[in-house]
Design a protein around this ligand. Sequence first.
Ligand code: ADP
Ligand code: ZN
Length: 213
Amino acid sequence: MRLVFLGGPGSGKGTQAKKLVEKFGLAHISTGDLLRKAIKEETKLGLTAKKYVDSGELVPDDVILGMIKEELTRERRGFIFDGFPRTLAQANGLEKILGEMSLDIDYVVNLQVADDLIIERLGARRLCKGCGFEYNLKTRPPQAGGKCDQCGGELFRRSDDNDEVIKNRLSVYREKTKPIEEFYRVRGKLVEIDGSLDFDEVFEAITKSVGVG
Ligand code: ADP
Ligand code: ZN
């Protein structure tokens, strides 16, 4: 199974992708996670990417496509791209890379969530420093107040989850990423999912629509 998860910031892509890869033994390829790791480790890639990520702008396409190529050199039974592609140039680049490997995307899952709900969700989002598990103080709070239920780690707020940067991420999404929906629609791959529902309901809708639920 090879999937792309499309959807604005805070649409739940990452959380849903993690659950699906766990259940089906897929690789989770999140460009956002890869970039944050590179920034933390201060690699050359990280140093290039930092200013874009901090301001909610997109990292240049050639940098991202280089990263993806590298990820795909390892043997993959199946994968979910989370947060990639994000521009038409990336979508075209991906088609070319996969074509050279005689592979194709099965479905593109588009998680739709209204802007006001996105802003509310990202404001309440907290992540675990230890294991990366994602909480929402309103809808999915940790049981043991302030600490991670999975590993006891400390919870933190992502540095680009502040009002100003969130607004920019939303407008960048509308301008640069939205057009990809049409790219995959004409290829018959786009699956529309209402991402405003509860976590479990969204997961069920996704598994049904990609034929594993
Ligand atoms: P979200 O979807 O919630 O905005 P991500 O973790 O997917 O969060 O992305 C965080 C940031 O990383 C983006 O705002 C952007 O700067 C950068 N980024 C991630 N994926 C890409 C990509 N495919 N192309 C360009 N920039 C990216
Ligand atoms: Zn944890």
